[in-house]
Design a protein around this ligand. Structure first.
Ligand code: XLS
Ligand code: MG
Ligand code: MG
Length: 413
């Protein structure tokens, strides 16, 4: 039997093996990327459905300090991550805002994004667009208040993941009304933003809708980023130009989409403003695994798309350190390794874009075959037949770049 590892030696072991992985980027290098660390991701205690917490609570002062040490330059938060529900919208909330501002300043971070929790508290049992006009009025006040908090904290983005905007049992709600009522909340947030930004002389926030196909268990009225694009263009919003998307990688994968294609559709609509980064599995629960741990090749492809189209919004680390990771591990392993995988994949995406093999193959495909008669299907097929083999060669080259094979990494046989 192996000798058990005493508790007092375990952190040192984790640290030594983390070092043995080859070290990481410096905090200064990490800060060059627009990476934001959510308050809720670091503070997540492992309390998923059916699961008791495995970690101790941590407050925003500690999270912000640790992000600063790691080199995560931006911070994001739900209103209720940092202010108790009962204090929101009252004078009591400003003391927390002051403490947050101080913690951010002392650790060299900026607040990038604020979001309203419209899913956890019992008030949202019927969703943020419930039949009750009083609940909807409360919702409008809450999102408006978040806009104000965002401006006071220096944020540039507001995100809306509605939670259960839908139904547990069919037939109980009128979907068209619910959608219109949800639009009322977004409209209220935009109106409040126009007022507050004018008063404070700041640019208006970018309001970003985030879709998730299921979980909480209800059927969802806006399950995908595409559904949200249709909602933005539906005529229900009074300021559609102020509203864009915050796709989450796993949320698109969860319904079976190709995340890169979903992002491409948001890009061509000019609505890809914010991006939640993580990983996980198709057609399963929202496991929120750290970026690149499950689908590194797909992630490389996603970042090639975003780099080639000049995406310059935030990459928000919306994942959950697994329940098996300790409080110590969250900051010693989980966040630094997630950040470093992201940076490595981003750098690799640059290599893909400038790779001579991929460039030449892509250009040849775009040139098409010679001697093609564009009125004749047979001649067109024949003229392109050999060129199209390059698709598979490009895929091979991408894998080579991912695995480092293009730099001569070989295995002896
Ligand atoms: C939940 C969402 C949430 C949002 C912000 O699944 O991803 O974390 O990003 O409310
Ligand atoms: Mg998210
Ligand atoms: Mg998620």
């Amino acid at each position: 039997m192996k000798k058990p590892v005493p508790v007092k030696d375990q952190q040192a072991l984790v640290e030594r093996l983390t070092q043995a992985c080859g070290g990481g980027y410096s905090p200064a290098a990490r800060r060059k990327y627009f990476l934001s660390g959510p308050q809720w991701a670091a503070a997540y205690q492992g309390q998923a459905l059916f699961h008791a917490p495995t970690r101790e609570p941590v407050g925003f002062e500690q999270v912000i300090r640790k992000y600063g040490e790691i080199g995560i330059g931006w911070w994001s938060t739900h209103d209720t991550d940092v202010i108790p529900t009962q204090d929101l919208g009252s004078e009591r909330q400003w003391a927390a805002v002051e403490r947050i501002g101080k913690a951010l300043g002392e650790n060299g971070l900026e607040c990038s994004m604020v979001t309203t929790e419209t899913f956890y508290h019992a008030v949202w049992a019927g969703g943020p667009a419930a039949e009750s006009p009083q609940v909807r009025e409360y919702c409008a006040a809450r999102v408006g208040n978040t806009v104000e908090l965002g401006h006071r904290l220096g944020a540039r983005y507001a995100v809306y993941w509605p939670g259960s905007l839908g139904y547990y049992v069919q037939g109980a709600i009128d979907e068209t009304r619910t959608l219109a009522w949800y639009a009322d909340a977004i409209n209220a947030a935009c109106e409040r933003d126009l007022e507050v930004s004018a008063k404070l002389g700041r640019p208006a926030l970018k309001h970003c809708l985030e879709a998730k196909p299921f979980e909480p268990q209800a059927e969802i009225l806006l399950p995908t980023s595409d559904a949200m694009l249709a909602f933005i263009g539906s005529g229900l919003l009074t300021h559609p130009e102020m509203v864009g998307l915050n796709p989450e990688y796993l949320h698109e994968l969860m319904w079976g989409a190709a995340p890169r294609a979903a992002l491409a559709r948001a890009l061509v609509a000019g609505k890809l403003w914010h991006f939640d980064i993580n990983d996980g599995y198709r057609l399963k629960h929202d496991v929120d695994i750290g970026v690149g741990l499950v689908n590194p090749l797909d992630w490389l492809n996603v970042l090639v798309l975003l780099r080639s189209h000049g995406y310059n919004g935030p990459f928000n680390l919306d994942y959950k350190p697994p329940r098996t990771t300790s409080n110590f591990g969250v900051f010693a392993v989980s966040f630094p390794t997630a950040v470093d995988r992201f940076i490595t994949l981003w750098e690799m995406a640059g290599e893909v874009i400038s790779d001579p093999v991929i460039q030449e193959a892509t250009e040849a495909l775009k040139a098409g075959g010679a001697d093609a008669n564009s009125r004749d299907a047979e001649s067109l097929a024949a003229a392109n037949r050999e060129l199209l083999t390059l698709h598979e060669l490009i895929a091979h080259r991408l894998v080579q770049i991912l695995l480092g094979l293009h730099r001569g990494r070989t295995y002896s046989i």
